[in-house]
Design a protein around this ligand. Structure first.
Ligand SMILES: [Zn+2]
Ligand SMILES: [Zn+2]
Length: 597
């Protein structure tokens, strides 16, 4: 009797073996018994004749007679499962809609021949959005079967609206609701759609005959997933284009490290001195705050440019990546920082001083009357945040500025830009985090002020400078009149280091940054892998890494966190395999995160 290996969408890597009535190919959905329940799984190899034993259970039902996915997408799922150390089951679950894992029958996929059959990469970098749009439009108009993707749903919609009606009829805009998405997902397989325009959610649509993938703003952080498995969609789409033998068109206001390294595109926006105002925070007037130890620099040029922009009815953004009134609160008597009872992280002082919120787990308490450590009464905040900035903007400048808004995005959703425009026809000053940059599309501010540019680049990650640079670069260009905007950068070391690239273009930035990363053997030159496991497992994994002579180090903060620097994924997979066995379902599985660029 044939035996079948099937991958269940679950955290373990082990495929499960079942008996089957007939010989089955790979990549088919089957319903299999699992414990007392049953699940929809995918066959991962052609079935083989095997010795019949009593212990092996039978498949309950074969759902697909023919592979339900385009061959390139199925190959991508297997590659993703292997390379990302997550297994085929979890890889499939990550890239496919939940509805796929049901008994719902799917019409046979239309295998439209791909007109290219050869993988190629084109790149298109520059601040002018209309030029990029024009180029992408040719992908929709030509003979390609194209996925045209943008980092945010509203950007996809904006592009879609530029397409003439006749062209829209041949393609589709990827919908937002899960039901509509499932319908569209099915339709994509039918061969009726020539192209799909969408957000990252459309990146793994099963478009029949895929022959072009367009990715705008490929360097944007919005392509990164926020939960396990962590990946940047570009890493997967590059491989998908290769497997599909399709064109890959990468564009944006700046390239990612990998794309810069590969194609060495030329930055044309390399003389930006007129629009940039660098200010030393040391020379800035410091604003004293009630019950705060530190100050916030508000420089004369920042005020001057902001007032000028507001007088002309323009929008102004002041950006600071610190929520609340102060990032931390501490006792002046014993010097202790107040920490979260649940997770031990520092807490920020917020809601204009009524409560403390944990910076990590989100727990919140009323501000204590005295220090929990020594009973001292003098509690003081440090590192002023947005609420303090807002207070300052309103009080000190109230004769100059009307309409000062604070957007902290507590609800994780930005207000609608068009709505704001209606509400404040004369513009406003908005104080908020970097998430405000998305509002540049509708409001295109005349001035943007970075209150503490150094803080943006201070993260512990190897790419924190690149992220800061990309953010400030975005603030210089995003939106209709981006190239007219004044950008004020307050910093302790203005216009030096990574900031110099703002004046002279991302070419300069990447040349320096990549030289440094190559010396330190960091991505994109060498992959970094983070393994998070329970302490006991972490110890065992470390031992095995030692035996294998791998280069690794343990995190200083977290005993369960190990960082590995290696290109030998196959060897690492062998080391990790025992920890991802189905036999260990009773405990927590380790998670592996990959940093490639
Ligand atoms: Zn104290
Ligand atoms: Zn906490």
């Amino acid at each position: 009797m044939p035996l079948v290996s099937a991958a269940v969408p679950a955290p373990w890597w082990t495929p499960l073996t079942y008996r089957s009535e007939s010989v089955l190919g790979e990549g088919l959905r089957v319903r299999v018994p699992l414990g007392r329940d049953s699940r929809v799984a995918l066959t991962v190899a052609e079935s083989e004749e095997g010795a019949e034993t009593e212990k092996i259970k039978s498949i309950e039902r074969v759902i697909d007679e023919k592979p339900p996915l385009p061959a390139e997408l199925w190959r991508l799922i297997k590659w993703f499962g292997d390379t990302w150390f997550i297994g085929t089951g979890l890889a499939a679950k990550t890239l496919l809609p939940a509805k796929f894992f049901t008994d719902e029958k799917l019409p046979e996929i239309r295998q439209t021949p791909n007109s290219y059959q050869k993988f190629s990469v084109e790149s298109l970098y520059g601040a002018e959005l209309s030029k990029r749009y024009e180029y992408y439009r040719t992908a929709a108009e030509g003979g390609d079967r194209a996925l045209i993707l943008f980092p945010e749903a509203k950007l996809a919609k904006a592009f879609w609206k530029t397409l003439p009606k006749g062209l829209q009829d041949c393609g589709a805009l990827w919908p937002l609701s899960p039901q509509a998405r499932w319908k569209m997902w099915r339709l994509a397989r039918s061969g009726e759609l020539r192209f799909i325009v969408g957000s990252p959610a459309a990146a793994f649509a099963p478009l029949a005959g895929l022959s072009a993938i367009v990715m705008d703003e490929e360097n944007s952080g919005s392509w990164r997933t926020q939960s396990h498995p962590l990946f940047h969609t570009r890493s997967l789409l590059g491989v998908r284009a290769d497997f599909a033998g399709s064109r890959l068109v990468l564009g944006g206001i700046m390239p990612s490290s990998k794309c810069y390294l590969r194609a060495k595109p030329i930055c044309l926006e390399d003389k930006n001195d007129e629009r940039l105002v660098f200010v030393s925070s040391n020379d800035s007037q410091s604003a004293e705050f009630e019950a705060l130890r530190d100050t916030l620099p508000l420089s004369v040029p920042l005020i001057r440019e902001s007032v000028r922009a507001r007088e002309e009815g323009g929008w102004v953004f002041w950006l600071l990546d610190r929520k609340g009134y102060a990032s931390e609160i501490l006792c002046e008597e014993c010097g202790n920082t107040l920490r979260c009872a649940r997770c031990g992280s520092s807490m920020r002082w917020e809601d204009s001083k009524k409560c403390l919120s944990c910076n990590v787990c989100g727990g919140s308490i009323a501000v204590p009357q005295s220090c929990p450590n020594c009973g001292g009464r003098l509690l003081i905040g440090s590192r002023p945040g947005l609420e303090a900035l807002y207070e300052r903007a309103r009080s000190a400048l109230k004769y100059k500025f009307k309409n000062v808004l604070l957007i902290q995005n507590k609800e994780e959703k930005l207000p609608d830009g068009k709505q704001l425009k209606r509400e404040f026809p004369d513009g406003a000053l908005i104080v908020g985090t970097r998430r405000l940059l998305s509002l540049c599309d509708e409001l295109s501010p005349a001035a943007v002020g970075w209150i503490d540019a150094d803080a943006e680049a201070r993260g512990a990650e190897y790419d924190s400078k690149a992220r800061a640079f990309a953010m400030l670069w975005e603030s210089m260009w995003r939106g209709a009149e981006g190239c007219e905007r004044k950008v004020i950068v307050q910093s302790r070391r203005p216009s030096t280091g990574w900031q110099e690239g703002l004046r002279r273009g991302w070419g300069l930035f990447w040349r320096r940054e990549l030289k440094e990363r190559s010396e330190w053997e960091l991505p994109p030159f060498m992959p970094l892998i983070k393994i998070s496991a329970e302490r006991g497992d972490a110890r065992k994994i470390s031992q095995k890494l030692d035996e294998a002579g791998a280069e690794y180090w343990a995190s200083e903060e977290d005993a369960g966190e190990i960082w590995v620097r290696t290109k030998r994924f196959a060897a690492l997979r062998e080391i990790l395999k025992p920890f991802f066995s189905i036999a260990s379902t009773k405990k927590t599985f380790p998670t592996v995160s990959l940093y490639l660029d």
